[in-house]
Write a protein that binds this ligand. Structure first.
Ligand SMILES: [Mg+2]
Ligand SMILES: [Zn+2]
Length: 176
């Protein structure tokens, strides 16, 4: 799954773990996914590193905080993958490119054909399409005007459109 705007409020180039705010229902949804035999993997574009806005250590601190918050609810993420590059770097790991998903599949022994992606942006849906994943689109709550142009295409392209992460997770589990 995606991180910013999907699991937590997207503050754009978040550097301070103290500002991390999980969406309601996320810990429980991740627990249910685990119970259904899914591995929970975060794949996130963090171009703020290439832009010099924060460091890889800052990203690690945010992921540690995220795990800590999830652990309070008996939940957690199995692995984090992030792209540190800028869009103009032309890397293979920035979503919608498949690099990080392929690395995760190899590291964790995942079958991409029976995997799903949940995300709040068109690029999440597009990454999933390229890899043959089940795609679930959850437009960022209250932020629909941030990327209004991509909403219709994302809705039309995704296998599942859901109003919340929790609902998306339930629908992924119902399919798989
Ligand atoms: Mg996002
Ligand atoms: Zn990259």
């Amino acid at each position: 799954m995606d991180r910013d705007g999907t699991l937590n409020v997207d503050l754009r180039y978040m550097k301070d773990p103290g500002r991390l705010e999980l969406y309601r229902g996320v810990p429980r949804a991740l627990s249910l996914l685990h119970q259904h035999g899914f591995r929970v993997v975060v794949v996130t574009n963090q171009s703020g590193i290439a832009r010099g806005l924060y460091t890889e250590e800052d990203v690690a601190a945010i992921h540690a905080r995220l795990q800590e918050r999830l652990a309070r609810h008996g939940s957690g993420v199995d692995a984090f993958y992030y792209c540190p590059h800028a869009p103009e770097d032309g890397c293979v790991c920035r979503k919608p490119n498949p690099g990080l998903f392929q690395r995760a599949a190899s590291d964790l022994g995942l079958d991409l054909g029976s995997s799903a992606i949940i995300g709040d942006r068109l690029l999440d849906v597009q990454a999933g399409e390229r890899l043959g994943l089940l795609t679930a689109y959850v437009p960022e709550p209250g932020e629909r005007l941030r990327y209004p142009d991509e909403v219709p295409l994302a809705r039309a392209s995704a296998d599942i459109c859901a109003p919340t992460f929790f609902e998306a997770a339930l629908r992924v589990m119902a399919r798989g």
